[in-house]
Every structure is written in C-alpha cells, then in structure tokens.
Design a protein around this ligand. Structure first.
Ligand code: F6P
Length: 319
C-alpha cells in the first residue's frame, strides 16, 4: 500500500475535518501518500483528486464542515458510475480508500470493496443512527448545539408562559431529540422509536402549569411528524400558546466538541492502520469506549436501537 485516498460523503458533520487530519497525518507518519477526493463519490467519478501533505490539514481540527466538501452521489449508485470511479482510482494509483460518512456512504464503500478496492468506513453523521457504534462523529457537537438552543428557547418560553416545540434532525433516529432533551430538561421527547402520544404531552404541560411551571419544552424528532400540526393540536387541547422552532442545518455546523475531535482522531488513525494491515470492507466504530471494527455488511445490519433506560429516565425527570 503506497497511496490511500480519503473522501467525505453524505451530510457533513462536525469532526469530519479532524478525521481527515488524522487520516492524512497517520498515513504520512507511516510513509504513505494521501490523496483527498473532493465532493465525495461524485468527485471520485470525475477525477477530482489532489495530494494532501502535512500542512494541507493544518488549522482544520477545530473547524466544522468538511475541507474535502461533500455530496450525495446518484451516479455512484449505478454500476456504470462505480466502474468510472474504479478507473479513476487506478489512474491515480490509489491502493486503498477511507470513506467518512453515514449509512449511504457505507453502502458505497461496501460496493467498492466488493470490486477489489480495499475500503474502510468511518461513521460521520450527526444522526447517530448506525447501530454498530455507540457514537458517530458529529453527534456530540450537534446535541450541544441543540442544547444551547433549548436554553435560549426556555428563557422566552418562561417569559411568555408558552409551550415551545423544538424540531431537530436525525432522519428516522430520535437520538438527537432524546440526548439533548435529557440534557436540556425537556418536558417531553417525541421520537420515532416510541411514537407520538399527544394526549400524554398535553397532560404533562397541564400538570406542569398546575404546579407553577411557566415553560414547556417539547423535543420533536424530524422523523416522527410535523411540528406545525403538533403545535395546533397542543394549543387546541391545552389552550396554551405554542410556538415552533425548527433548528435545521444549524445542527450540522460549528466547531466540533472535544469529544468529537478525539473520536474523529482515533477513528481516522484506526482506519489507516486497518488498511495498512491488509483489511478491507470494514467499518470503524466505538463500543464501550473502545475503538472497534466490523465488516461493513454486518455493521449496516445492526439495528440502531433506542436507549430505553435513557428514554424512561427522561420521562421520570420531567414529571
Ligand atoms: O443525515 C444528516 C441530516 O442532517 C439528517 O438529519 C437530515 O434529515 C438530512 O441530513 C438533511 O439533509 P440535507 O442536508 O440534504 O437537507
């Protein structure tokens, strides 16, 4: 293995840059050349590659987004697209590839590995929706961003005596809503893994009001429903003015937390080591605070499960 490639794909996540830095520096430390692929699999198909030296990753560990940029490639999902990518890897003498992204990116990495390209996946997504790993890069930063928003919304919620719905990202995972909801002391957390019991949410609001609580924060995961409809239903059932904040892409940006930078650094380094030891088709993860790896195929089949104890605790603490 003389040259390895690295790309970021799918939705960006804070910490991707720290991961790129770790890949580049670990590889160079081991005498391996690194090429960065710009704009994910699209860039691979179009030959958008350039060598990355030590200083190319200076000053990025603290930056959100991804220096390599990213894309969701439709062409790469086709056999023709993948063949083009394979050809580019040959032209640039790339012997192995590291893919930083979510499940869609991992599926692409699996295909490349099947075509004979040693490929390793690093989980980079704010959604924390890959069941084989306890955490994905970017999740911790995203929940801290949401937490900051909850604190601000709580101020105004109290002043006006309103209920406030905070809609967060996560696709079909409720982790962003649950973790930030527990940390932010939300009154209710509505997530796809459990379902939406509006009457229970309303009872909580009323119970809170009856004992003098002025604010109500309702965390709503995007995968379960529309915040506007919920807001109208809560208003009509409780008579309490309800406002909606959809946090949107603010959750994807910002300087990564220490946790995400460390996770990204460890995972980047592990991915290079796996390539150097002749592995392919592996996904790097973290389990019980230890860096692990698993076949990508197997990793993609591990169901992303709700932490039921945490959900119950959130409910108990918001009585
Ligand atoms: O997968 C990350 C994510 O931010 C999801 O939480 C969200 O549903 C989606 O990407 C948004 O995608 P886009 O950036 O294309 O709007």
């Amino acid at each position: 293995m003389k040259t390895i490639g690295v790309l970021t794909s799918g939705g960006d996540a804070p910490g991707m840059n720290a991961s790129i830095r770790s890949v580049v520096r670990t590889a160079i430390y081991n005498g391996i050349k690194v090429v960065g692929v710009k704009k994910g699999y699209d860039g691979l198909i179009n030959g958008n590659l350039e060598e990355m030296g030590l200083s190319s990753v200076a000053d990025i560990i603290h930056r959100g987004g991804t220096k390599l940029r990213t894309a969701r490639s439709e062409e790469f999902k086709t056999e023709k697209g993948r063949k083009k990518a394979l050809n580019i890897l040959k032209v640039f003498d790339v012997d192995g590839l590291i893919v930083i992204g979510g499940d869609g990116s991992f599926r692409g990495a699996k295909e490349l590995s099947k075509l004979g390209v040693p490929t390793i996946g690093i989980p980079g997504t704010i959604d924390n929706d890959l069941g084989y790993t306890d955490y994905t890069i970017g999740f911790d930063t995203a929940i801290n961003t949401v937490l900051d928003a909850i604190s601000k919304i709580r101020d105004t919620s109290t002043s006006h005596g309103r209920a406030n719905i905070v809609e967060v990202m996560g696709r079909s995972s409720g982790d962003i809503a649950l973790y930030s909801g527990l940390a932010g002391g939300a009154e209710s957390v509505i997530i796809p893994e459990v379902g939406n019991d509006v009457d229970e949410v309303c009872q909580k609001i009323i119970k809170g009001r009856n004992r003098g609580k002025l604010h109500s924060i309702i965390m709503l995961a995007e995968g379960i429903g529309k915040a506007d409809e919920l807001s109208k239903e809560i208003e009509s059932k409780t008579g309490i003015e309800t406002r909606v904040t959809i946090l949107g892409h603010i959750q994807r940006g910002g300087s990564p937390t220490a946790f995400d930078r460390i996770l990204a650094s460890k995972m980047g380094s592990e991915a290079v080591k796996l390539l150097l030891s002749g592995e392919s088709g592996k996904a790097v993860g973290i389990k019980d605070n230890r860096i692990i790896n698993m076949d990508i195929d197997e990793a993609l089949n591990v169901e992303s499960k709700l932490d039921k104890d945490m959900y119950e605790l959130t409910k108990i603490l918001s009585i």
